[in-house]
Design a protein around this ligand. Structure first.
Ligand code: COA
Length: 383
């Protein structure tokens, strides 16, 4: 028996404050979220993804000169690596795209001469490298599955436009050629960039706390993000909507799922219980994308599912609920929605890796043992 008969065990670390952070603040009581003190909806309206990336790393928004220096450096990492291309093409075409992202990061780690993180400059270097390479990996993976050639990166384009151009090309029908599509996509990247001690960020911090390396931390984080209870939800939202097919059937579908005690992806949150602060901005982009891309059906599906869920349970949508159909309207294959989340979250993960590295304490919680009492080993012949 334990000496303590009433240990304070919090399954899922529910409600546990594990450390301090200055990167972002989630305020469930007011449905708000700030990155380094700035409300996320203001950043979405006024900033580029690169400005937000700079803010998360440096704590302040850049001036024009600082931003130019930052983007020039970041874009200098945009070169196709022959080894990485060969690796991606060697992977099964039916594997999950998140497995490709995870494998790519792990491979990139093998090419880094630093086996363990030496200093913050190295974390910055790896962050730039990942932000340049992972959109290429994602685009390459989409196109190889469709039997199409790779499109090289363009160092004159923003992260958002460059990613869209590498996936869809630059023809007149490509979202890369439509500034409104580029901007709505960029807004999703800003909203996905950071969210305090979520499961993948905490994974990255745990790995960093052992004084391992950045690639290992991000590889682990990608594994955590893949799960449908975390980032994988955006993919499952769209699978659900496609399965329901007709918005008129959404209410019945939701009620049946709830009767069966099924989880409905894109709803609920461990921290927000009255609504996710990021949803209004993403919902606005979804509506704009739908207006431009004949997507009224998906807005109706969104509204009907949300209303049915609210009526029956009061559980609100999270960011993945509007992001799923928004990415669908942009033309991305559904199982690539979570890899898009990876590209955005590189910003938050690396900001947290810096914070953990600078103020490190090995993360090693305790557990309350509930197995058998200590006992004698009986030799196998006597069992
Ligand atoms: N669909 C159906 N029921 C849900 C639900 C959902 N999406 N989210 C929560 N619930 C139910 C729970 O099953 C629980 O029911 P119970 O009391 O009968 O056991 C109740 O609501 C309270 O759940 P709560 O404690 O608030 O959830 P949590 O903090 O443990 O889990 C999530 C949070 C995110 C894991 C959960 O809401 C979920 O699985 N959502 C779907 C996946 C998703 O969209 N993930 C992305 C998160 S950003």
């Amino acid at each position: 028996m334990s000496e303590n008969n009433n240990p304070d065990v919090r399954k899922g670390l529910y409600g546990v404050i594990a450390d301090y952070t200055a990167v972002s603040k989630v305020m469930p009581e007011t449905n708000s979220l700030t990155y380094r003190g700035y409300a996320v909806q203001d950043l979405v309206e006024h900033c580029s993804f690169e400005e937000v990336f700079y803010l998360l790393w440096n704590g302040e928004l850049p001036n024009e000169e600082q931003l130019a220096e930052f983007t020039t450096r970041g874009r200098s990492y945009r070169c196709l690596d022959a080894g990485l291309i060969a690796l991606i093409h060697s992977l099964p075409k039916d594997c999950h795209p998140m497995d490709v992202m995870r494998t790519a990061v792990s491979y990139m780690g093998t090419k880094d001469s630093e086996h363990f993180t030496p200093d913050v400059d190295h974390i910055t270097h790896v962050g730039h490298n990942l932000l340049a390479q992972l959109p290429m990996v994602l685009a390459m993976d989409i196109r190889r599955r469709e039997g199409k050639d790779i499109i090289a990166p363009d160092s004159n384009k923003s992260v958002a436009e460059n990613l869209l151009a590498m996936v869809f090309g630059t023809g007149p029908d490509s979202p890369a050629s439509n500034p409104d599509d580029v901007r709505d996509f960029e807004k999703s990247l800003i909203l996905y960039a950071e969210h305090s001690f979520n499961a993948s960020t905490f994974t990255a911090r745990v790995i960093t706390s052992t004084r391992s390396d950045v690639y290992s931390a991000i590889t682990g984080a990608i594994g955590a993000l893949k799960g449908p209870l975390h980032g994988g939800a955006n993919e499952f939202v769209m699978h659900t909507m496609l399965q329901i097919e007709d918005p008129a059937k959404a209410t019945e579908w939701v009620n049946n799922a709830l009767d069966n005690k099924d989880l409905i992806m894109g709803f609920g949150h461990r921290v927000y219980k009255k609504g996710d602060s990021r949803v209004p901005s993403m919902e606005k982009s979804l509506r704009e994308l739908a207006a431009r891309h004949d997507g009224a059906k998906w807005v109706e599906m969104y509204e009907n599912m949300a209303a049915a869920m609210d009526t029956r349970t009061g559980i609100k949508p999270n960011l993945d609920f509007p992001a799923g159909p928004a990415y669908y309207l942009l033309g991305f294959p559904v199982d690539f929605f979570t890899p898009l989340f990876v590209v955005a979250r590189i910003a938050g993960w690396t900001a947290h890796i810096v914070e953990q590295f600078e103020g490190n304490s090995l993360i090693r919680p305790l557990s309350e043992y509930v197995g058998p009492e200590q006992r004698e080993v009986t030799p196998i012949a006597e069992r």
